[in-house]
Design a protein around this ligand. Structure first.
Ligand SMILES: Cc1ncc(COP(=O)(O)O)c(C=O)c1O
Length: 349
């Protein structure tokens, strides 16, 4: 006999990308930033430690909200802090999607959305992208019990984007909120934060895991109209962000010069990676994120993934049922990417 709800028993559970704890891997599988975070982040964490950790943290992360509001040109009460953006996605699903409700996501995209619906005993529907990674009209369809639509933009694993115009039209057409997951938007040519002001159904999430090089700190946030944020607050853990992460994240978002510098380096390496993969015969999807998705017209990709792994290089191999397989390679340093490409070129022979 199990003491666990039957929907949880029936779930497979979300499987995060491999995080090897030993051995020296070049890690290009979970879209982390290859460079260390801004020095000001480390200083802020140290100075918080010096004040010790006896007290509970600020439940709302006020210091972060004030700084982020300045950077994003909204008011602080438009921002909700989370223990990574995964925490924000959990809060939104918990607050908006009940048993038997429907959550929509594109396919292939971020698998966690489906898991979040399963935890709620809710249903999810995956609407396939077209071959060119565009949305179909089905993605805007009105359905009974449809409670939230998740759209990663840029998408993972493709690195492709849906335009701002399409997002506005989609939000107008939908009967429910549209969460635009901008985990990778700092590497893209545009973002949708200001659209939150135009339509209350649009919510945007961001993470400090990728563009701020702080995946280990766990900090993400949501931008939405204040009456929506006020409701979501009720569904979060009381102290969902710890004192060190609030201090570090506040310092990180304050250092926009670091962000711009880092973004430039990552994009330059991404362009090299795209060009060199194409030279090696891969079909490469032009990316607006910090990773590149590629397929191969005539070579199976799993052996390439395994060949890289036995050379201590970890990339992400994906095989989506009804869609096909591909390799998603995170943008590392130039040196890491050169090592990856050099092994790939030998495996290619
Ligand atoms: C599309 C997307 N959203 C959200 C996340 C989660 O980010 P965080 O580290 O902030 O939980 C990821 C992480 O890989 C992602 O790919």
């Amino acid at each position: 006999m199990s003491y666990v709800r039957s929907n949880i028993q029936a779930m497979k559970g979300y499987l995060p990308g491999e995080q090897p704890q030993g051995g020296k891997f070049i890690k290009l599988n979970t879209n982390e930033n290859p460079y260390p975070a801004s020095n000001s982040v480390i200083r802020a964490i140290h100075s918080t430690l010096e004040q010790d950790l006896i007290r509970y943290p600020d439940p709302m992360g006020t210091a972060f909200r004030i700084k982020a509001a300045e950077v994003l040109a909204v008011e602080p009460d438009w921002i909700l802090c989370g223990n990574g953006s995964d925490d924000i996605l959990t809060i939104v699903t918990r607050a908006m999607v009940g048993e038997g409700d429907l959550l929509r996501l594109p396919f292939p995209s971020y698998i966690l959305y489906k898991t979040l619906a399963e935890i709620q005993s809710a249903n999810s529907e995956e609407i396939h992208f077209t071959e060119n990674w565009e949305l179909t009209t089905e993605f805007a369809a009105i359905k009974p019990n449809l409670k939230v639509v998740f759209l990663p933009n840029p998408n993972s694993p493709s690195g492709t984007v849906v335009s701002r115009e399409s997002i506005l039209q989609l939000a107008d057409a939908l009967p429910c909120p549209l969460l635009v997951d901008e985990a990778y938007a700092d590497f893209a040519e545009f973002n949708c934060v200001d659209l939150v002001k135009q339509n209350e159904k649009i919510m945007v999430t961001r993470t400090l895991s990728k563009s701020y090089a702080l995946a280990g700190l766990r900090f993400g946030f949501l931008v939405a109209q204040p009456h929506i944020v006020a409701e979501l607050i009720k569904a979060k853990d009381s102290y969902n962000c710890d004192a060190l992460s609030i201090a570090g994240a506040t310092a990180a978002i304050a250092d926009q010069a670091w962000l711009q510098e880092n973004r430039k380096k990552v994009i330059a390496t991404r362009e090299r990676l795209e060009a060199r993969l194409a030279d090696l015969g891969f079909s490469v999807q032009p990316s607006q994120a910090n990773f590149v998705w590629s397929t191969h017209p005539d070579r199976p990709l799993q052996p390439l993934y395994e060949g890289l792994k036995s050379n201590k290089i970890l990339v992400r191999y994906m095989n989506y049922e009804g869609w096909g397989e591909g390799l998603r390679i995170s943008v590392g340093t130039d040196q890491q990417i050169d090592a990856c490409l050099s092994v790939l070129s030998t495996l290619d022979k």
